[in-house]
Write a protein that binds this ligand. Sequence first.
Ligand SMILES: [Zn+2]
Length: 250
Amino acid sequence: MLFDDTFVFMMVYLDDEKMDMAGNKYPLHGHVIAQEFSNDVDIQKGLYGILWGKTDHLIYEKLYSGHWAILKVEKNSELICIDKFSNRYKFKTGEIVYNGIAWSCSKYIIQHQNDPEILEEAKYLKIEDLVGSKFWNKKRREEKKTLTTVPSIEKLSAKNDPNHWTKNVPQIATKEHCSIPWDGGKNGKYFRCNLCGHKFIPGDQWRFLYGLNKCRNLMVCGQCDDKDENLRDKFSEIEEKYSWIWREQH
Ligand SMILES: [Zn+2]
């Protein structure tokens, strides 16, 4: 069954060669389809972007170099949430409707937020929340004074390093881990066990659970740690309570 308002706008960052981080080369206009696609949170297999261009921070994207594009993407089961809180999604295919720099892309989204095929939620977008707009830049400059570095996607992939902290192996929290603005929380505010809520301090054992949960990456402390399949069950059991806690934090 077809609905007439089933599309979203994804804002995508491309490098100087018009390539995204998974190595998909983008044409100037027309359709683009991922070379490889998997129905999971693996960001190397699919196209990747910021839903509506709305996010509080950039991860690997750059404001003043490379290119930005707007894709019109159908909302279906191949539109997969990678990180709910930074509003990053992966998807299989889309139609390029605009190319430009970040702020002109944001302007395009606002100009087309009432288009008939576009999902209703677009009507509530405000330019100041979209990447590259004047207000967004100002807000970000202020935050930058207090924030330490955000882990980049290249680091998150860390394909060549079997001992990297994203490899889901138990490890000891370092000072650096404790100061990363996970999910945008300054000075490691949200560097916590997602089961018991323990806030990690240097020396604690912890484990990163990349892709265990559909919508975000999770962390678990040494005491709560268990086999992945058991953890997955535990997380879904407490999902309701847990999302309440999460809303309170944000
Ligand atoms: Zn715990």
